[in-house]
Write a protein that binds this ligand. Structure first.
Ligand SMILES: O=C(O)CCC(=O)C(=O)O
Length: 287
């Protein structure tokens, strides 16, 4: 992860837990507090006042607020369910747009495609590398592309011929959206333990503000989005969040600043889940 913005966001996302203290942070809307008071306890130990009420002359009551505790409620996921176009943010990089077509394919047709893609595509579990760690990806993947593609130090050679089912789906998405795609990254989630972690599809080869068309087959899985914090002191705990339950046969488009201003993931589930296939059609540019 070479980009300083991504490094900053990763630190913000992972370092602080729910309501956790952020060293040096001032709670919003509160004046700078007085220095902490030390108190002699009956047992001879010394402790500090924090969040206690102290009676003062004249019956007035003062409350000490620990400046290191963030008291804002964490944001919750807002569900997007219906067919439509949603502008999920307007800044800092312009409109971030989601389009959802839950009935792009009928249930029956989507299940037929799911069955054929399960066995016909050369799925494999890849080794990925992040911050000097190598790990087995918790899902199977497959890639098709009209041109060579370099990603995470791995070069994918151009695909000589696409599987006819993929070729047909690519054409149908183009017919629906007017957009052309020259590559496809597929994900196969074997069960509820398979997942993809928070990330943005913002590799150099995708260009700026890429449109990504994502088709789902088989089991429904939650697809979650969280907005990148706009200030260095803020954390993902308090930014906008959306959830779309991606069902068999649905088409999702991510457009505009979605990759620049948001991250997305498919989290692990703690209930049994059957298999799911996701195909993400993209346009890549040669280096
Ligand atoms: O499975 C999904 O719906 C999302 C996949 C994804 O995030 C990706 O391929 O970048």
């Amino acid at each position: 992860m070479s980009n300083p913005r991504q490094r900053k966001q990763r630190l913000q996302g992972g370092a602080f837990g729910r309501g956790a203290a952020r060293p040096g942070a001032k709670p919003r809307g509160l004046p700078d507090p007085e220095p902490e008071s030390l108190v002699n306890n009956e047992n001879g130990s010394i402790s500090r006042f924090a969040g206690q009420q102290m009676g003062v002359a004249g019956g007035q009551s003062l409350t000490y607020e620990d400046p290191n505790i963030d008291r804002r409620a964490p944001t919750e996921y807002e569900l997007i369910e219906d067919k439509g176009t949603y502008v999920i943010s307007e800044k800092p990089s312009g409109p971030a747009i989601i389009e959802l077509y839950p009935d792009f394919l009928s249930e029956d047709e989507a299940l037929g495609i799911f069955n054929s893609l399960c066995s016909a595509l050369p799925w494999s579990q890849k080794i990925n590398k992040k911050d000097d760690f190598t790990f087995m990806e918790p899902r199977l993947t497959v890639w098709y592309g009209d041109i060579r593609y370099k990603y995470s130090g791995v070069t994918q050679e151009a695909t000589k011929s696409w599987h006819p089912v993929l070729e047909d789906l690519r054409e149908r998405i183009t017919k629906k959206t007017g957009l052309k795609f020259n590559s496809m990254l597929g994900n196969l989630y074997r069960d509820g333990h398979d997942s993809v972690a928070w990330h943005s599809d913002n590799e150099y080869s995708l260009g700026t503000n890429p449109t990504i068309a994502s088709l789902s087959f088989g089991e429904t899985r939650a697809f979650q989005l969280r907005k990148n914090p706009e200030n260095f002191e803020d954390t993902y705990e308090f930014t906008d969040k959306k959830q779309i339950n991606l069902t068999n046969g649905c088409l999702l488009l991510m457009k505009g600043a979605v990759q620049e201003d948001w991250q997305h993931r498919v989290p692990k589930e703690y209930h049994d889940r059957r298999m799911r296939i996701n195909l993400t059609f993209r346009t890549i540019y040669s280096e």
